[in-house]
Write a protein that binds this ligand. Structure first.
Ligand code: ATP
Ligand code: MG
Length: 307
């Protein structure tokens, strides 16, 4: 069992009378990557801003533990990339990192060394002397990551680091994060579940300011994943009618049907597949595809969010 790096207890945020973070408690283990998941308005940015020290909590406590004991000021140990980072377009990437390094308390020599190193690490070595105004979205986000890492923080906090990027930019930043997480503890918010599944090992789902689900990805998968069959049938009326009725079979515990497709939660994938195919043959239904598998984190997310 690894020890916690961040410990959050009963954290509350109120804006006027309205409580938007309602006493959440969780911890992030040293060396882990935790994804903060939740729909729009769930309270992700508010929570992250409190963790990063930019927003005063209305209640509760946040502790960062270095070598097992809480530090009085956690900010020097945290690197933070906001949801919509702001850059000075007239600065070059290199100038910006030097500036960020000195702001973070590095001596100018150190800042210069770290700047060179991080420009290289995030793949901006050649673009370092160009103005940020000419950078693509993906380049800006990589620069933002370098800025957050320049003082070698113990905890890197990112608010939706890839949601504004095109697929190429996303892939870029995600693979960079994959590398960073080998050395740094990472907490990032996202509503792109696939990204969480790809890089993280801990999941923290919030909904309306409360924790809806928390645990390791493995544990959550094991506990909540259910056998699922995805089925697509031919477009003729008989096939559609058959599909619509399939949900009533006793081995189907839940069915979602739309058009010629159905997602069936079943008790046993193997038996259910065989029974479905036999039944389809008997009714002369054309099966276009049948895929047997497990429910995904996305299915679970939707279930948690909608419940
Ligand atoms: N400064 C503020 N004053 C008043 N209400 C606020 C303030 N900041 C956030 N809120 C409210 O708090 C709730 C949570 O907002 P927050 O930005 O934390 O959500 P989020 O999970 O980050 O959403 P998104 O996925 O859209 O980024 C929302 O209802 C929002 O309107
Ligand atoms: Mg947000």
């Amino acid at each position: 069992m690894t020890r916690p790096l961040l410990q959050v207890k009963e954290l509350i945020k109120r804006f006027k009378e309205r409580e938007v973070v309602k006493g959440i408690s969780f911890s992030v283990a040293e060396g882990s990557c935790a994804a903060l998941l939740g729909p729009n308005g769930a309270g992700k940015t508010t929570t992250i801003s409190m963790l990063a020290g930019l927003l005063q909590p209305s209640g509760g406590s946040i502790e960062l533990l270095v070598n097992g004991s809480p530090v009085p000021d956690r900010r020097p140990y945290i690197g933070y990339l906001p949801q919509t980072p702001v850059f000075y377009p007239w600065m070059t990437g290199k100038e910006f990192l030097l500036y960020a390094g000195e702001l973070a308390g590095l001596k100018s020599r150190e800042a210069a060394l770290e700047t060179a190193e991080w420009l290289e690490a995030v793949g901006l070595k050649d673009a370092g002397n160009r103005k940020i105004g000419g950078y693509s979205g993906g380049m800006k986000q990589r620069l933002g990551l370098a800025q957050a890492l320049i003082h070698r923080p113990k905890l890197l906090i990112l608010d939706e680091p890839v949601s504004a990027l095109d697929p190429a930019g996303r892939k870029d930043v995600l693979s960079l994060l994959q590398r960073i997480r080998q050395e740094t503890t990472v907490l990032f918010s996202t509503h792109v579940l696939h990204d969480a599944e790809e890089i993280c090992d801990e999941i923290l789902m919030i909904r309306e300011g409360e924790i809806a689900l928390v645990g390791s990805l493995d544990h959550i998968r094991r506990t909540y994943s259910e056998p699922v069959i995805r089925l697509e049938v031919g477009g003729d009326e008989a096939s559609r009618a058959w599909l619509a009725a399939v949900g009533a079979k006793d081995f189907v515990s839940q069915a979602e049907t739309s058009g010629g497709r159905a997602k069936l939660t079943v008790t046993d994938v193997e038996q259910a597949s065989l029974a479905l195919m036999a039944d389809a043959v008997a009714h002369r239904v054309m099966i276009r595809s049948l895929e047997a598998g497990q429910s995904t984190l996305e299915d679970l997310f939707l279930k948690v969010v909608q419940s």
